[in-house]
Design a protein around this ligand. Structure first.
Ligand SMILES: [Zn+2]
Length: 71
């Protein structure tokens, strides 16, 4: 059984079901997991917030609460 690299919960798939480049979602912690390599098995978390890899931007510019948060 393959386990989540972040919380060690079983991901519900077997190692031989995976292909390189597959993505999984951990039901336990909600992490997006990508299969980097299958031999040896190597998983990494995919950061959803950064879909555009070519461009770096500050998180502040994406803050939906900016200007509307009450203190
Ligand atoms: Zn997890």
């Amino acid at each position: 059984m393959v386990e989540c690299p972040l919380c060690d919960s079983p991901l519900g798939v077997e190692e031989d079901e995976l292909d390189e480049g597959d993505t999984l979602v951990c039901e336990e912690c909600g992490a997006n997991i990508r299969v980097v390599s299958v031999d040896p098995l190597e998983l990494e978390e995919v950061e959803e917030d950064y879909e555009d890899e070519d461009e770096e931007y500050e998180e502040d510019e994406d803050d939906p609460w900016r200007g509307s948060r009450r203190y």
